[in-house]
Design a binder for this molecule. Sequence first.
Ligand SMILES: [Zn+2]
Length: 209
Amino acid sequence: MSNDSKSVTFRWKGKIVTKKVYEKRVAQQKSGKRRKKEEVISTEGENRDSRDNHTSTDSENYKHEESMLMDGRRIVDLKTLGKQMWCVSCKQALSLDYIEKETRIGLASQLSVRCHNCLIINQVSTSKQRESQDKRTVRYDTNYKAVLGVLHTGIGWTHLCKMCACLNIPCLDFKTYKKYETEIGLAAEKVAKSSCADAAALERKLTLE
Ligand SMILES: [Zn+2]
């Protein structure tokens, strides 16, 4: 009988986890839902019908850390940000004073900015986005560049974190860093292979001459 309870496997989002982790995740989910409900109730009055007008958001991007408190510095692509600082509905200029939520994806941020005129929430990104290599998720240029910088200078993730800490920029976590590093590695391998093939072809041509 006692073996039965031991053999029960706990799964969270498809992955096998320990009972302790599973219980923790369930508790987190519950408190998250409760918080969301409270938020909806507290902002219902000012939202009115604007909630239906939200610009579409890819849920995949929003599983990352969310911070209600926005402090410190961020790395921003000025042109990319500037282009998005217009309300999608009434075309008025948006103000960064009205940021309601920030979702950080590594060093990049997705900002929910409320329009002061028509009160709808616009999604603004601080970095250019592109598809990941497997075309399943969205990747952010800022993170690619940061990881490239780490590889170029020969430092590591911890050094990047220390640098970010000094600059008061929230750093990208190790898991995100690794994801980007793997993709950059694959791309670099491709380039190296083709450049090797080119060099071999050139050598062959020169030898024949
Ligand atoms: Zn507006």
